[in-house]
Design a protein around this ligand. Structure first.
Ligand code: FAD
Length: 154
């Protein structure tokens, strides 16, 4: 737990939901969600990662407890998705996505390593994942995203 003077308890929440955005509008809407998330989350010190795959959203939110819960409460009422299910919610020792404000990752066939992770099951069913599994999944997405960015830089 972060116990530096003045620090607040760090909380991590991961949920999954079904996308409810008509296909032709998806890219534009996801871009708008990411734009809003970056703006809002930065103000309240929330970091995280948003994954979009096969009609599912999977999102990690982490930061001060009140900020994470308030953000999730807003998100869960958003009509652009439905059936939000919390897969993991717990105090955290440290951030897993500290260098991410928010990024949306749509899978492409080129993302072999991620797809391999996602193919733990015949079809992608986040609701069936345990908290630990879903955290591992998002961490591997983060790792691949980071490597892709480093490769693009250099
Ligand atoms: P604005 O962006 O100014 O929007 C104003 C209002 O319009 C809000 O009530 C919003 O819900 C609604 N709205 C905007 N566009 C649409 C649309 N196309 N269809 C229906 N209603 C719309 N917000 C965060 O702050 N942080 C996050 O990490 C985050 N993650 C999200 C993840 C997912 C999967 C989804 C679906 C939404 C996410 N959002 C996130 C957005 C969140 O649900 C709220 O829309 C947003 O926080 C409201 O911020 P705002 O008041 O600045 O609204």
């Amino acid at each position: 737990m972060d116990r530096t003077p003045g620090s607040r308890t760090l909380h991590q929440l991961i949920y999954s939901s079904r996308v409810r955005i008509p296909w032709p509008d998806q890219d534009r809407e996801v871009e708008s969600i990411v734009h809003t998330s970056i703006r809002n989350n930065r103000l309240v010190d929330v970091t995280g990662l948003l994954l979009v795959h096969e009609g599912w959203f999977v999102q990690a939110l982490e930061g001060p407890t009140e900020a994470v819960l308030a953000t999730y409460s807003r998100i869960s009422g958003d009509p652009r998705h439905e059936d939000c299910k919390v897969l993991h919610a717990a105090p955290a020792e440290r951030r897993s996505f500290e260098d991410w404000n928010m990024c949306a990752r749509r899978m492409t066939p080129a993302d072999d390593a991620i797809l391999e992770t996602l193919s733990m099951r015949a079809s992608f069913e986040p609701y069936a994942l345990t908290g630990l599994q879903v955290l591992r999944l998002l961490k591997s997405v983060r790792g691949i995203q980071r490597r892709t960015q480093l490769a693009a830089l250099g």
